[in-house]
Design a protein around this ligand. Structure first.
Ligand SMILES: [Fe+2]
Length: 286
């Protein structure tokens, strides 16, 4: 049985070997992490230890990012760094499925050229500052899973940049976008192993990701989810904030479908963004 004196002495010995850290912040975090972790280690078998090291070494870049998100550390980092006040649209997390380089879509155009699968989702709203003043010509980036619950950068069958695009709001700050109603999807791979081991469900609610990086305003990354989704408030990725859940309407009426020029039912939802102006360091200190 390892007692607390062994841990304390071992930690003191290890720290005594740290002379002139190259990075004091890294040294501080590693030391705090080890101080907390070592007394928590249960008596592992060699097989358990090997399984853990195989798990960690097998994560790779995407799953490492995902696991840090699933346990909430990425969200914590975003909250610590956020300069967004309570009156603005709140920050979320980027997640592992963002892909840079998505094309600019014409106003109101679909993010997808793939007609297969789900009913269309139409989202619209207005982009303002925190005082409610419309912000003209704001470019926003949107990305979503497709009707199968997969993302184009991880789906070999998907059209490149399917369900992704840059959308520009008009002179009155109004934006519109269209995408297939995204499917729910389950966390897979090492992330699913972790969630299952600790007794958390695997599914993510339907959602559309947004990123707005407008000059003079704090960068906003978040995702819009939909009221009535059974996973909206038990999201496996802990990524849904209550204010990001919006009502959604399903339109099945033939006349409404025809008026949209469609051949199948569709969904509509509205979300308005309020951007936080960047507060200069000098005025922050004042
Ligand atoms: Fe997502």
């Amino acid at each position: 049985m390892i007692d607390s004196k062994y841990v304390a002495d071992f930690r003191a010995y290890e720290r005594s070997l740290q002379t002139g850290p190259q990075n004091e912040r890294v040294a501080h975090c590693v030391n705090r992490l080890m101080d907390v972790l070592m007394p928590l280690v249960l008596k592992p078998t060699r097989e358990e230890w090997d399984a853990m090291t195989a798990y960690i070494s097998g994560l790779g870049p995407v799953h490492t990012k995902l696991v840090l998100w699933l346990v909430g550390l990425t969200q914590l980092m975003e909250e610590i760094n956020s300069n967004i006040g309570p009156e603005a649209t709140q920050m979320g997390v980027e997640g592992p499925f963002f892909a840079p380089g998505a094309p600019l879509r014409p106003e109101g155009a679909s993010l997808s050229e793939d007609p297969a699968g789900a009913d269309w989702l139409f989202l619209e709203g207005i982009v303002t500052d925190v005082a409610g003043k419309p912000l003209p010509n704001v470019t926003m980036e949107a990305w979503a899973a497709n009707h199968k619950g997969t993302y184009s950068n991880f789906d070999l069958e998907a059209v490149p940049f399917d369900c992704r695009g840059k959308v520009v709001a008009d002179a009155q700050g109004r934006y519109k976008l269209q995408t297939p109603y995204p499917a729910q999807y389950a966390i897979k791979g090492p992330g699913a192993q972790l969630l299952t081991a600790i007794g958390r469900q695997l599914w993510r609610p339907r959602h559309v990701h947004f990123m707005i990086d407008h000059p003079g305003f704090e960068k906003l990354i978040m995702q819009v989810c939909f009221e009535g989704d059974e996973f909206a408030r038990i999201d496996s990725a802990l990524a849904v904030k209550e204010e990001h859940i919006i009502p959604i309407a399903h339109h099945t009426d033939a006349a409404a479908i025809k008026a949209r020029g469609l051949d199948k039912p569709f969904y509509t939802g509205t979300y308005d963004f309020k951007l936080q102006p960047v507060i200069q360091a000098s005025s922050k200190a004042a």
